[in-house]
Ligand binder design. Structure first.
Ligand SMILES: [Zn+2]
Length: 456
């Protein structure tokens, strides 16, 4: 639900380890490393050295100076490589630990120290999660190195490491009860646990979606009511959203102090029910014009009004249903391998993590395809919203994409396969061109594309 976020190096282990937790799908956990990607028109990719038509009166295509172009390409490509490396790295680690009998030995150790299942879990689960986090740390370190090198992040290593530590502690704190409960369920319902786990995931994810903006997000970033520092902006948003028939209360607008950690621009919607909110990064306020910021808010409003948080949640649950069903069946096949005694054996956690990692990877294009559709509808909504507010609404929106691309080093020319697999948003150039052509009759469009129809 972010305004701009191409592939992210998300903590795959987090998502797999917590199995049922939908933290990642609520999109605001601060330990995600945004690795932007870049887009260029065909000529630009062929001849990147062409002088950029800077500050033209109209912004019809995403363009970068030759120097920025090279940087955007290098940064985004490094991000793609790192993503695939991290996936295979994590799979290799899990396979190696399974084959070496590590999980079985750790289970023996936990069982030797207590006969109580919950105490065993308290030994086994944190040890597994902490070890996996440590083995994954080199990838995360390199990811932060990249964002520092390309001046996306400005967070020094000390605070970054502290954020990472907090995220791991949170993972263990949430993972321990969830995994202990899951294994209790496997013991008591050996054939139908996957269904009950799925049913249990519904209230749990709703609960996490509700509390994340209140208790989890503030662990990583500072938030304050937007009204406190930007009363004028708040008035404009109230006016804009009231005209649209969906007024956003002032109490649901927040400013995130992103500038302490990043140069990137962004905004997002999060929360459920009483915790629902629009969050604007302070970097966006600093680097965009007020009318461009209103378009960004319009896009976020689109997510809000079109119910994307709830719909995203429903898609997540549908995918989780399939994943748990498959996990149950695959787990039966894995039993008796790698010293796993049965599906309720603690050592089976290693096999479950492997399965969820694989499914997470394979499911990525599905989740991202859904996300791209939602982002496209939110763009269309935002464009519709600002028509009539500004005489040059299309240019405002198109130029906001241009600024975002420049600041966030968005890939001017992402490979098709990468878009399919990793892009949670349409490529920036497509978004910009859609904005430029929005509402124009088809024959006068600069970039007519039949599939670019608002799909809300
Ligand atoms: Zn969005």
């Amino acid at each position: 639900m972010l305004f701009l976020l191409a592939p992210r190096l998300r903590s795959r282990l987090l998502r797999s380890a917590l199995l049922l937790l939908s933290l990642a799908s609520f999109g605001s956990l601060a330990n995600a490393t945004p690795l932007q990607s870049a887009p260029a028109s065909p000529q630009e990719s062929a001849a990147p050295a062409s002088a950029a038509p800077t500050r033209n009166s109209t912004t019809s295509t995403y363009h970068l100076s030759p120097e920025k172009y090279q940087k955007a390409i290098a940064y985004s490509r490094a991000g793609y490589r790192l993503y695939f490396l991290s996936v295979f790295w994590n799979l290799a680690i899990l396979l190696l630990l399974l084959r070496s009998g590590f999980f079985a030995k750790l289970r023996d150790f936990a069982e030797a120290h207590s006969r109580n299942r919950f105490l065993q879990a308290a030994i086994f689960v944190p040890a597994v999660l902490a070890l996996l986090a440590l083995l994954n740390l080199p990838i995360r370190l390199y990811g932060h190195h990249l964002s520092l090198y390309y001046q996306q992040s400005i967070e020094p290593w000390g605070p970054w490491l502290w954020d990472w530590t907090k995220a791991q502690l949170l993972e263990i704190g949430l993972g321990l009860p969830v995994i202990a409960l899951l294994f209790a369920l496997i013991r008591s319902k050996p054939r139908s646990w996957w269904l009950f786990a799925w049913l249990g995931a519904i209230p749990l994810s709703l609960f996490l979606g509700l509390i994340a903006p209140w208790y989890i997000d503030p662990l990583f970033n500072k938030f304050r009511p937007l009204q406190e520092t930007q009363p004028q902006l708040v008035e404009s948003i109230v006016k804009l959203t009231s005209v649209a028939g969906h007024p956003v209360p002032r109490s649901q607008m927040f400013l995130m102090e992103a500038s302490k950690k990043t140069n990137a621009i962004n905004a997002y919607v999060a929360g459920l029910g009483p915790s629902k909110r629009i969050v604007i990064w302070d970097t966006s306020i600093q680097k965009t014009k007020p009318e461009e910021l209103l378009f960004i808010v319009g896009h976020e409003m689109g997510h809000y009004v079109l119910g994307h948080v709830v719909k995203g949640f429903a898609y997540f649950l549908a995918l989780l249903f399939v994943a748990l069903f498959l996990a149950y069946h695959c787990l039966q096949w894995m039993i008796a391998r790698w010293g796993i005694r049965g599906q309720s054996d603690w050592a089976a956690l290693g096999a479950l993590l492997l399965l969820f990692n694989i499914m997470n990877f394979v499911g990525e294009p599905i989740g991202n395809a859904i996300s791209r559709l939602q982002e496209h509808s939110a763009d269309a909504y935002g464009l519709q919203l600002i028509q009539g507010f500004f005489p040059n609404a299309n240019e405002v929106a198109a130029h906001s994409f241009q600024v975002l691309g420049e600041e966030d080093l968005d890939d001017p020319n992402p490979p098709k396969f990468i878009v399919l697999w990793l892009y949670s948003h349409p490529p920036l150039n497509d978004r910009l061109r859609f904005a430029y052509d929005f509402g124009r009759p088809a024959q006068s469009q600069t970039h007519p594309e039949p599939n670019q129809i608002p799909d809300r």
